[in-house]
Design a protein around this ligand. Structure first.
Ligand code: CP3
Length: 341
């Protein structure tokens, strides 16, 4: 019998020959091949150039044999199409934070075909080039996007954004409405262009108390997922700091939940139930340590999964720029060697 394909089968909790692996931020500064391209073009120009964006998407698949590719872009790219001027240095910086009723009303719901044709063209190039390797598209979760829009830049605690959320909830909900509507159109356009899975990145969801997540963030995740015309595409929800939110999100409609390393895979599976696949959850810092450390950590994570179908190996957050490439190669080999049936 033909082996079932790895990543997409695992998203559906189907059995696979070995645990598939991909890595958040797998195209990035730890790769000399990526840095060579970035020496010539800015990050945003790279996102806007379909040939180059496709090339850096393919780098980790070819160099490191990752089992899935993730579109090279950024969660803030569609926000720019809503009319917010944006720069990266290296984190996102907005020219004008969105903090008033007027600023929220000024946000456009963009036609993706018209405003972001380069994202869709990148996807079409990739589907031709990737052959059997599945392609993941993505967007930021409405809450995480709202954090950046209100704060205007990265932050440790997004206090300005949370203050607005608590003190002007109506304004905040209106912003979330618009971001959700935009994201539905954005992911549907990516699915139409050919991505086989989509990941929703809620990188800052974990800074909310569970009750506040339930009130201010989760309804929009549900609405976003319900708004998708999936055409068979799998939906992955990644929340950094998810440990206290797992019971809340088990019914949100996602096929896969991405886990950071602050919760064990065993505990997460207990809380999520048997129908939801899990993705993760190696501490990215382990990749800075020795091969023995890496192998030990992989062994533990596979053990915590207990051999259940529906595990995709990944890091618990993006790979660190200082990571030795050889350690990433070793990680992928080790996952296959230790998980193979
Ligand atoms: O994963 C991938 O390989 C696909 C591409 C991708 C990038 N950003 C490229 C990128 C994806 C999926 C993202 C998502 C993203 N962007 C998130 C969610 C995931 C997460 O990390 O929590 C967030 C919060 C952003 C916003 C953002 N973009 C930040 C905070 C930064 C700076 C971070 C840093 O590492 O310095 C970026 C810039 C960025 N996005 C880079 C890359 C490769 C580095 C840019 C460079 O080359 O200088």
């Amino acid at each position: 019998m033909k082996e079932p394909p790895g990543f997409l089968a695992a998203c559906r909790c189907l059995p696979v020959a070995y645990t598939p692996i991909w890595i958040m931020r797998q195209a990035g500064r730890y790769l000399p091949e990526y840095r060579a391209i970035r020496d010539r073009v800015s990050f945003l120009d790279l996102c806007r150039n379909p040939e180059l964006a496709a090339e850096v998407t393919l780098q980790p698949v070819r160099l490191l044999e990752m089992d899935a590719a993730i579109l090279f872009s950024d969660i803030l790219v569609p926000v720019e199409a809503m009319g917010v001027k944006l720069d990266f240095s290296p984190g996102p910086v907005l020219e004008r934070p969105v903090r008033s009723r007027m600023a929220i009303e000024a946000l456009a719901i963009p036609s993706i075909d018209e405003k972001l044709p380069y994202v869709l063209e990148t996807i079409r190039i990739l589907r031709r080039e990737l052959a059997g390797t599945p392609l993941i598209g993505f967007c930021g979760a409405p809450f995480t996007l709202a954090c950046y829009l209100i704060e205007g830049k990265g932050s440790r605690d997004f206090a300005t954004a949370k203050k607005l959320m608590f003190s002007a909830p109506e304004l905040f909900h209106d912003l979330m409405d618009k971001l959700t509507l935009m994201s539905i159109g954005y992911l549907n356009a990516q699915i139409d262009a050919g991505v086989q899975a989509v990941q929703i990145f809620d990188s800052w969801g974990g800074i909310l108390a569970p009750a506040d997540y339930q009130m201010f963030a989760l309804p929009y995740i549900r609405r976003l997922i319900r708004g998708l015309d999936r055409k068979g595409a799998a939906v992955i929800l990644f929340i950094k700091g998810c440990a206290g939110l797992l019971e809340l999100i088990r019914d949100c409609g996602a096929d896969v939940v991405g886990l950071d390393w602050m919760v064990s895979l065993a505990r997460a599976r207990q809380l999520l139930g048997p129908r939801i696949a899990v993705q993760g959850n190696l501490d990215p810092t382990v990749l800075l340590a020795s091969k023995d450390c890496i192998e030990g950590a992989v062994r533990r994570i596979l053990q915590e999964n207990g051999g259940l179908p529906g595990h995709i190996f990944n890091l618990g957050h993006g790979i660190l720029p200082a990571t030795p490439v050889d350690n990433v190669r070793f990680l992928a080999e080790t996952v296959r060697r230790l998980s193979g049936r």
